[in-house]
Each structure stands twice: as structure tokens, then as C-alpha cells.
Design a protein around this ligand. Structure first.
Ligand code: PEP
Length: 304
């Protein structure tokens, strides 16, 4: 465990060089100013942009036969998709089973986390190279449920480094737990982006997917999701932070997804003009019909 501790200390030291991470960023730009600034950074929908719908099954379903049935229903429908990438992130131990039984090419597999080290005496943990070795290509990191169990921004960066080293695509979740009228929640987002991405190479950042998941919108009904306007604004704000940390082209290219109560009923409104490249879906991903309704909305938008 000493190795893990050493890494955390090194990361903390590096992160304090010029970037405020632990404390709230002072004098955060008011929301109106951000609107003005990001207007000039419109991201056009280009042919090179890929669209994603990522299923986070969390700790479901409870048996392998049920997992196979759900996957079968999703893969059957996914054959029709041309422009939308589907990624299924089941519990670790279903990845191998589902991947070996799948002969199609439309669906990729991912895990819901990976450990801070590649191997060693860490009972119960699963590492990035292990995920890769059973055919996983993606890994969700920094989910609010993992953060609630103690995962820090420093841990997320260490896991992301491991994932990238193993040629996995990290899907890194960020997002505030509550919104306020003064726009103070933007400081939470800024601190997370700084803490996780500070000093990352441009090549690695290009391989990352950011999932904006406001905690207050997770696990509710379609009516409780962020508004299209709020999503566009926050997505642009994330790009603005990246432009300041890296450069404008990185910020424009960055893949940003949204997660939080996305359903078939609100997917079209949340993809149209919000300049996100798709969704990370929790509860609706456990119902093939509902999940495919979301994928179809993304597909309709992508092919326009
Ligand atoms: C999630 O937990 O990542 C999520 C987006 O859940 P839901 O779609 O159920 O809000």
C-alpha cells in the first residue's frame, strides 16, 4: 500500500504548483460573463466527431443469464446504428462472458472503475490491464457513487493514467452536487477539471471522454435532468477551462457527454444544439427499449 500512498503524495505536490485545487476558486467568473466568453467558442458538429451512448449497468443485473438477455436485446437493436457508438459497461465479471459471446462489432465494452495499481496484493481489486485483457476498451472513472465511497480527484487521475497506459479510454465523470443562482457550482467543476487534468499530455487528453454528470440530476425522472440550455452553458464552460489550461483546439475537440436522468423522452432535446457528443446512461440502460430510444435520438441527430 506504501506505493499507492507515495503516488498520492507525489500527485498532491504536483497539483499545488500554481493551481488552486483543494480550496474553492475565488472570484469565479459570474455566469453572465461566461455566456459572453463562450459564445465565441462555438463547436461545430463535424463529420469527424463520434457520438456515444454509454450504458452504466452499475451492480445489475444480479445473474449472468439476465445480463446475457439484456445484452442480447441491446445488441439486436444496435445493428441499425451507423453513426452512434454504443459502449456497455457491465459489472466486471460479465465483461468476459458477454464479449466472448458477441460476434458483432457495433458494441464496445467497458468497466465501471479500475484500481490504482496494475497488479499486487490488493484483495478484491481489478486493474486496467486486466480489463483490457478480457476485451474492455473503456473505463468509467470518478462516478459520483465511487466518489461517495471515497474516490478523490487524485485517485481518478492515477486510475486514468493507468487506463491510458493500458490503451483503455477513460470516461471521466465530473459535476456539482447542487446548483446555485450565483454560479458558485462552476468553481466545483473548475476545481475538478484542474485537479484531474493538470499536466496531462495533449495526446492523452485527446483520448479521454469527459462525462458531465451533475449529481443532483442522477437517478431521477426525465423531467429532473439538466435543461438543454444549462447543459450547453456548462459544456462550454468546461471547454473554456480546457482552453485556458491547454489550448482552444483541444477544448473544441474534447469529447463531452452528459449523464443524469437521460431517457428516450428527453434525449433529442439534450443532444440537439447542446454540443455534447452523447450520453452516459444509468437506469435507462437496464431497459433495452428505453436505451435504444436514447440511441436512436442520438443517431437521428448525428446523421442530420
Ligand atoms: C449515472 O449514474 O451515471 C446516471 C447517469 O444515472 P441515471 O441515468 O439513472 O441518472
Amino acid at each position: 500500500m506504501a506505493k499507492v500512498q507515495k503516488r498520492k503524495t507525489a500527485r498532491k505536490k504536483r497539483n499545488t504548483q500554481g493551481v488552486v485545487i483543494k480550496n474553492k476558486v475565488k472570484n469565479e467568473t459570474p455566469i453572465k460573463k461566461i455566456r459572453m466568453q463562450t459564445k465565441r467558442m462555438a463547436v461545430s458538429k463535424t463529420k469527424s466527431k463520434k457520438f456515444y451512448v454509454i450504458a452504466n449497468w452499475k451492480m445489475n443485473p444480479t445473474t449472468a443469464p439476465r445480463a446475457k438477455a439484456l445484452f442480447g436485446a441491446i445488441s439486436e437493436r444496435s445493428r441499425r446504428l451507423k453513426y452512434t457508438n454504443i459502449v456497455v459497461c457491465p459489472p466486471f465479471l460479465y465483461i468476459d462472458t458477454l464479449k466472448s459471446g458477441y460476434s458483432g462489432r457495433k458494441i464496445a465494452f467497458g468497466a465501471q472503475t479500475c484500481f490504482l495499481e496494475e497488479s499486487g496484493p490488493f484483495t478484491g481489486e481489478v486493474s486496467a490491464p486486466m480489463i483490457k485483457s478480457v476485451g474492455g476498451e473503456y473505463v468509467i472513472l470518478g462516478h459520483s457513487e465511487s466518489r461517495a465511497m471515497g474516490e478523490t480527484d487524485e485517485d481518478i487521475r492515477t486510475r486514468a493514467d493507468n487506463a491510458l497506459n493500458s490503451n483503455l479510454t477513460p470516461v471521466i465523470c465530473i459535476g456539482e452536487d447542487a446548483r446555485d443562482e450565483d454560479g458558485d457550482y462552476l468553481a466545483v467543476i473548475k476545481n475538478q477539471v484542474h485537479a484531474i487534468f493538470y499536466g496531462m499530455s495533449r495526446d492523452w487528453l485527446r483520448r479521454v471522454i469527459i462525462a458531465y454528470e451533475p449529481i443532483w440530476a442522477i437517478g431521477k425522472t426525465g423531467k429532473d435532468a439538466v435543461t438543454a440550455h444549462g447543459l450547453h452553458e456548462t459544456g462550454m464552460y468546461i471547454r473554456k477551462i480546457l482552453a485556458e489550461m491547454f489550448d482552444k483546439s483541444i477544448a473544441i475537440e474534447q469529447r463531452i457527454l452528459y449523464g443524469g436522468s437521460v431517457k428516450a423522452e428527453n434525449a433529442s432535446a439534450l443532444i440537439d444544439g447542446t454540443q455534447v457528443e452523447g450520453f452516459l446512461v444509468g437506469s435507462a440502460s437496464l431497459n433495452a427499449e428505453e436505451f435504444f430510444g436514447i440511441a436512436e435520438a442520438v443517431e437521428d441527430y448525428a446523421k442530420r
